[in-house]
Design a protein. Sequence first.
Length: 318
Amino acid sequence: MARLLEWGKLGNWWNKQRVSERAAYISGTLALTGALVGVLVTQMAGGSAGTVVINITTHSPGASGVTYGKHAPGTLPQPASSSSPPILVESVTELTSISGDGSIALPRPLQMTAAELATFNKGVVPNSSRYSAWYASHDGAAVSFGLTTVTLRGNMEESVHIADMKVLKNCGRPFTGTYFQGYTQGSGETTRIGFDLDSPDPIPQQMAITGNGLTPLGVNFFAQEYISLAPGETTTLAIGAFTTHYACSFRLQMIVATSHGAFSEVIDYHGQPFIVTARAASLHSNLPYSGYQSAYAYFASNGVPVGWEKVNPATYRK
């Protein structure tokens, strides 16, 4: 009988130990879960979009701690110094329609009087600085496929490597305000890099001339071609962006690899984003500009350019 009582006491002690250990385990799990929820709620409350990186440090008996979720030191590009970046952006051209014909679109309808149109043709269009100011003030956009040319110069005492390029975009509905139809059908410049802005995460695609015209190849340009810049060396890149569904404002983000780590540099047009828009959907198949509220076409008389003239987008068929 005494032995049975001893076995009973031992069983009670073992059960208490198991319950205590289980409670400690559940408590620790709940604490970690609560910490995770707290981090997520904090990130969501901050209102920032994009990827949320959560750093979690766990401790176990006899260990100082293990960190999960962090990138290895030096792998995340750091913003380059504005005063001494590894690569200098020497020049950037305005984003223009790749057709080379001067076609543009505006987000709002523009109804110019005859006098205003005459001033526009004679005093604004021929003057590059005035036209650029007019273009910016009206939020002008390249149509369907925009092209900019960027000249870069190495700015370190060592060779640096352009490892990648990204696009920072903000897209909405295509512009339906005003369409300016260009006169000549120029070929434009040869584009080496193109971004598909209809993609959720565009890559810098290699571009090639095929039977269908300028065509994105679907492969990362910087994974196929190595571009390095020695101190003072320059290179010029023709960079395009295209869309068939949206109007997008965007900036380019260049990733530069150096012996001191990777750095990111933002490229835009003198502090302003680039803008390209898809064509407005026509209301009638044989009236290509019927989706716009106002339109202008560029005319010539006997091969001599006359200038922009107002047309009715609901009936103009060219």
